[in-house]
Design a protein around this ligand. Structure first.
Ligand SMILES: C[S@@+](CC[C@H](N)C(=O)[O-])C[C@H]1O[C@@H](n2cnc3c(N)ncnc32)[C@H](O)[C@@H]1O
Length: 270
C-alpha cells in the first residue's frame, strides 16, 4: 500500500480532511512532494510519518501542533500550542492591508494580536521592496517567542518589531494602518474539537465576542495619523455590529467576503 493511503487510513476517523492532512504530514516530514516520491521510488522518514499520523489519531491534536508548523499563503510558519494556527481566510486581511499600504509612502503599520506573526510577516514579504515599519503586539509572551522565530525567517530586523502589550497599553506611537484579527468567539460558546487545543486567549472575547473590536475602535483614533486606516478580520455574523461601531468616527467603510460568502474583513478610514 502506498504511504499516502496508509496515512489516510490512520487519519480517517479523526480528520475531516484525511487526504489534505496526509499530504501535509508526508511532505513536511519527508521533504518530498507526493509526485517526487513516485519518481524517487522511495519515501524519506517513513516511520516518523506513520508515528505522526498515529499521534494525531490518538491525541486528536491539530496536525500543525504535532508537526510544529503550518502553511499560510504558501509559506511555512512555526506554530505551537501558544499560538493560533493560521487560517486560510486570514489571507484576506493580509491582502486588504497590502493594497492600502502599497499606496502610502513609508507606511507605519500596527498589528494588534500578532500571535505567530504570520500576518505581519506576510505583509512585509508582499511589500518587500517598499520601505515600511510594522509593530506587532500581543499579550502573550509565549506567542511573542514564536513570532520572533518566524520574523527571523521572513523579515529584515529593521522592518518588523514585536512588543508585549495589552492592546494599546504599551503603544505610544502613531500609525497609518492598524489591523487586527482579534479573539472574537463569544465566551462560553461550544468549540469544535480541534479548537480546544488552541490558546483560549487567542479565541475568546468578552461582550459576546465584541470586546476587542470595541476597545480597538474606541482607542484607535488617538493612535492613527489623519486619514489612517483600520482593518479587522470578522467572525461569522459580526459585520453589522462592527460596522455600526466604526460609523461613529470612521468613514469609507468596506466589507470583503471570503470564499464561502462570509463577511470576513472590514476596513475603514479615519
Ligand atoms: C485570533 S489570534 C490572531 C493571531 C494571528 N494574528 C493570526 O491572524 O493568525 C488573536 C491574538 O490576540 C492575542 N491577544 C489576546 N488578548 C490580547 C490583548 N489583550 N492584547 C493584545 N493581544 C491579545 C492572542 O494572544 C492571539 O495571539
Amino acid at each position: 500500500m502506498r504511504i499516502n493511503n496508509i496515512v489516510e487510513n490512520i487519519l480517517k476517523e479523526v480528520s475531516e480532511e484525511p487526504e489534505a492532512e496526509a499530504k501535509l504530514i508526508i511532505e513536511t516530514l519527508s521533504g518530498q512532494t507526493l509526485s517526487q516520491m513516485i519518481t524517487d521510488n522511495k519515501v524519506n522518514n517513513e516511520e516518523e510519518i506513520i508515528q505522526a499520523a498515529k499521534k494525531r489519531a490518538e491525541t486528536k491534536k491539530p496536525i500543525q501542533q504535532i508537526l510544529g508548523c503550518a502553511y499560510f499563503m504558501g509559506e511555512k510558519f512555526k506554530v505551537n500550542e501558544h499560538v493560533l494556527i493560521p487560517r486560510d481566510e486570514t489571507e484576506i486581511l493580509v491582502r486588504e492591508t497590502v493594497n492600502i499600504a502599497k499606496k502610502l509612502n513609508n507606511p507605519q503599520i500596527l498589528e494588534i494580536g500578532a500571535g505567530s506573526g504570520c500576518v505581519s510577516c506576510m505583509i512585509s514579504k508582499l511589500l518587500e521592496n517598499k520601505p515600511l515599519q510594522i509593530l506587532g503586539v500581543d499579550i502573550s509572551t509565549n506567542a511573542l517567542k514564536v513570532s520572533l522565530d518566524n520574523m527571523a525567517k521572513y523579515v529584515e530586523a529593521n522592518r518588523l518589531v514585536i512588543r508585549k502589550s495589552d492592546v494599546f497599553s504599551n503603544v505610544k506611537e502613531k500609525f497609518d494602518i492598524i489591523l487586527s484579527n482579534p479573539p472574537y468567539i463569544k465566551e462560553g460558546e461550544k468549540l469544535q474539537k480541534e479548537l480546544e487545543f488552541e490558546p483560549k486567549e487567542a479565541l475568546f472575547a468578552k461582550d459576546d465576542g465584541y470586546y476587542f473590536y470595541k476597545k480597538i475602535i474606541d482607542e484607535a483614533p488617538t493612535h492613527l495619523n489623519k486619514g489612517g486606516y483600520i482593518l479587522f478580520e470578522l467572525g461569522i455574523n459580526q459585520a453589522d455590529t462592527v460596522k455600526s461601531m466604526l460609523e461613529k468616527e470612521f468613514h469609507d467603510i468596506e466589507i470583503t467576503k471570503d470564499l464561502s460568502g462570509i463577511k470576513r474583513v472590514i476596513k475603514a478610514k479615519l
